[in-house]
Structures are given as C-alpha cells and as structure tokens.
Design a protein around this ligand. Sequence first.
Ligand SMILES: Cc1ncc(C[n+]2csc(CCOP(=O)(O)OP(=O)(O)O)c2C)c(N)n1
Length: 565
Amino acid sequence: MKMTGAQAIVTSLEKEGVELIFGYPGGQVLPLYDALYDCKLRHVLTRHEQGAAHAADGYARATGKVGVCFATSGPGATNLITGIATAYMDSVPMVCITGQVPLSVIGKDSFQEADITGITAPITKHNYLVKNAKDLPRVIKEAFYIARTGRPGPVVIDVPKCLMTTTIDFEYPETVRLRGYKPQAEGKAAEVEAVAQALAEAKKPLFFVGGGVINAEAAPLLRRIVKTHRIPLIGSLMGLGAIPVTDPLFLGMVGMHGTVAANRAVMECDLLVGIGVRFDDRVTGLLTRFAANARVAHFDIDRAEVNKNVVADLAVVGDLRWSLAALESAMADLAGEGGRRWEDWRLQVTRWSEEAPLSYQKSDDVIKPQSVIEEIDRQTKSEAVIVTDVGQHQMWAAQYYRFQRPRSFITSGGLGTMGYGLPAAIGAQMGQPNKSVVLISGDGSFLMNCQELATAVEHRLPLKMAILNNNVLGMVRQWQKLFFNQRYSYTRFANGGTDYVRLAEAFGATGLRAERPEEMPEVIAKALATEGPVVMDIRVCADENVLPMVPAGAPLDQMINGEVK
Ligand SMILES: Cc1ncc(C[n+]2csc(CCOP(=O)(O)OP(=O)(O)O)c2C)c(N)n1
C-alpha cells in the first residue's frame, strides 16, 4: 500500500498494538502530527517533553507494555534526555520518535538541529537515524523488539522531516532479523543445577530480589519457590512488590536505607542468590565487605551484569521465567524438607526483623512524614499503585507502604530523577485506568514538572497527589545535617515556599491542605473520595531523617540508627 513516511510511522505503531502516545509537536514533526490527526491512535499532549518521556515510562512500568513518546527536533528531543536516561537506568521499554531536520541540511547547524542519536548513544539500548523512508516500518519493528526483549530499555528513532513526506510502498515485516542481537532466553541447565547444589549445601541462604523479577513477570514463580522452600528474602528498591512486603520471610529493602534485618542478613548469609539485580552502590555499600561470608549466585538476563559490581561464584544468564522455572525443578529434591531445612537461619533472621523493625518517633504536634505513608497505606488497603519522586519521601514510601503486587511501586531508582513522579503517575494512571494511583512527592520534586497538572486535569485523571511538604530539599539537607556539620547551604525554600493548594487550583485541580496531625487522615480520605486530580499539601516536619542509614561507601553493618554497630 502506498503511503507517506509519516503515515507509515503511524500505521507501524498501530501494527505494534500501541494504544497511547505521549508527545509534544514542533516544526520537524508536523507531518507526523498531521498523520495522527485522523488515525485511531490516542495521543496525549503533555506540557513539556520531559513530561512525555516520564509519562511513557510510567505507562510502561505500570502495564509492562512499551511506552511511546514523540518530540520535535533540537530542544524537543533534548528535553527527552532525562526521561530516556531514567528509563535506561531502570531497564524500562520505551520507543521515542524524534523529528530531525531534513537530510539535506543535517550537519549545517540548521534551525533546531541537534545530534540526538549522538547525544543519546550512551543512554539508549539502541538508536537509529533513519536515512531512507522505506526503512521506517522495519526500523519501527526492530525498535519495539529491541525495547521489550532481553533486558528492556529505551530506543530512539530519529526521523528527518523529509522522510515523513516521502511516499513509500508500505509493508510491515513479520519478523525481525538482527545480526548480533539474540537475547538469550534460556540459560544452561548445568548452571542452574550448580545453584541448586549450592543451596543444598548452604546453611544460611538468602534471596535478593530486584526489578528484573518484575520486568520478566517472574514474580509468581519466585513466590512459588519461596512458599515451598521458605528461604528468607531481601529486596532492592526496584524489587519491592515482587514478594508481598508483609510476608514474614521478606526482611525488607537492603542497602543505604534498608532494614536492619536485611542488611544484617547480607552480612551473615553464606549464600546470596541475586535475582534480577545489578548490585548497585546504594545496595552494596563498601563492596569489599558486601556479603563477605557468602558465595554469590547471580541470575540475570544481561550477561554484562555478571561480575560488574559483585563477583559471582555462580551465574545463570537467561530470562528469569526460564531460570526460575529451572531452579524450581532443580530444587525438587529439597522440597520435602521445606519446613525444616534452614529453620535455625529462618528463626534468626525473623528475630532480627522483630527486634529492629522500621520505626520513628510519633508526634501529636507535627505531622510525621512516615505517618502520612502509613495512613495512605491504610486508606488504600495496600492496593494502590504508588508513584514517587526522589528524596526522603521516596525512601519513606519504600519503607512504609506495604506493597503486595509487582508493578505497584513506580519510582526512579537508578538515575534518581526529581520531577519524575507527576508525569510518571499520569502515564501509570492512563495505563491502569481502573487502579487507584497515588503520587507521593516532595515540594522540591513536584515543582520540577508541575506543569503536567494541566495534562492530568485535561484528562480528568483520578490521580491523587500527596506532597510531603517540608519546605526543604529534605534528602540533601539530611546529608548536610549528618555529613556537612549542619551547614544548610541552599536547601531551604525562602518565603515559606509555594502555595500548592492555589497551584492546584490554578490548573483546575482540587487542592487540599493538612497542617495538623489530626487533619491529615481526613484530608487523605477527602482526596480519595474526590473525583479528578487532587493535590494534597501536607505540611510535614522538616527535621526528620530517613533512617536507618548506611553512610555512602560504608559497609552495611555500619548503620546510623540501626542496631547493628
Ligand atoms: C533532577 C535532580 N536534581 C537534583 C537532585 C538531587 N536531590 C536528591 S533528593 C533532593 C531533594 C528532594 O527534595 P524534595 O523533592 O522536596 O523531597 P524531600 O527529600 O524533601 O522528601 C535533591 C535536590 C536529584 N535527585 N534530581
């Protein structure tokens, strides 16, 4: 069928089953937007391209589908960068289509020209500068395949405007043939056997669960193994929800703001089985002391992760759905002993959990930020999809919300991107229209992309937004307090900060405020009962620290306010 390049892009996206595109138009994508005008695809106009990228990312994380965003050339494309890097760090499948100046003027510093494939090379799984309109269907087919297979990630397709108006014979390829890219779904049976053998020999085994389990949709398998063998687990920030955090065998998040029990278990286990994790520095602390008494087994889809940070004694490279199924079979001999094997170890770690639970000083005078998360958890019955920004509020959300399901915690883990929350929550809510989506943000982070309130209002999203407003850049202030002699350099907002109730109202959203501890539960209840987007300005005390805390670069048993000294 004959059609223009722009129509070919749109038709290819339809063939990929795309339902939603987040984007922002401009000169070099005008023909593409013209093709959108009368097609079935739904396009959401964000108020900033960064918002479009994060919304596509939030949509992808909430649904498991590939998120799609559009931007024009030059500043439109560069505004996507933070969103692309955020998705790359957390292995989120995304396809970003950017307009480029016409082929004849590339390299001439043309109006709104930026070398976006050059700029995004280190933060994309792959990228394309398309040079021939007839390649568009194949490139789009490949881009979706690359984004969602193997270790997922963002792919950029840069399309010079002249290709969008060129007529081609459209034919959508049925298959993808890429030399040099063959994601390894199945690992080696012998590698799995070796892990099962190590488990049989271990006295103190510990599973360490990461975002890879959620990405691979392997949580049900993991839950089955844990139910049978009752091996204690810890999680990374990205792994929260893979196992219900209320399961007594789940010792909590590990690392800088991990629980005493989780960090202590790492220091004392004799076999650490990392599953879909990348052992980043916020998790390991001082690498040479991390799991120093343990053999390490590492399951991951990405061979490059093995031995990158923590040297693995055993490794299984493959899709976790394959690897965990294989592990389950390989552990069959141990199944009968599930109740008794490792009983002492299990008792020991659960005792640590009981002895040193997460805790904070309660107050009747000021709203404690942790209590806000507990109240949101109670009122949403631990069933909401929680999206966060970055800072103290993010860590409190991770610590105090009781996640039950995969894809119920959406947060920027690897890049730690302030401003991620609101647009990601919009994407998550659009991807999961029937779920209760709650954004937990900070007053600093919220302002970074608050223009997206306009998008939430335009689409009448039932999104509830809780700003833990401490009038400071809390997490940075915490470091200044603990490690810079309380020299609070530029971390307080002058003049009492922003009036978030009026900000919400200016955009047409509902704004509510809680200043006193007794008002807070009512404000949350009212927000949840109010239709459409609601911003809650919750005035929390500023002088609160996220604890426990392992100082950067210290070993995990040196926790501030942890019982392990
Ligand atoms: C884009 C970006 N800029 C700067 C930082 C560094 N940073 C990390 S946490 C933080 C403070 C966040 O403040 P707020 O959103 O108010 O949350 P709080 O820590 O007070 O809960 C800053 C500035 C960052 N993570 N991202």
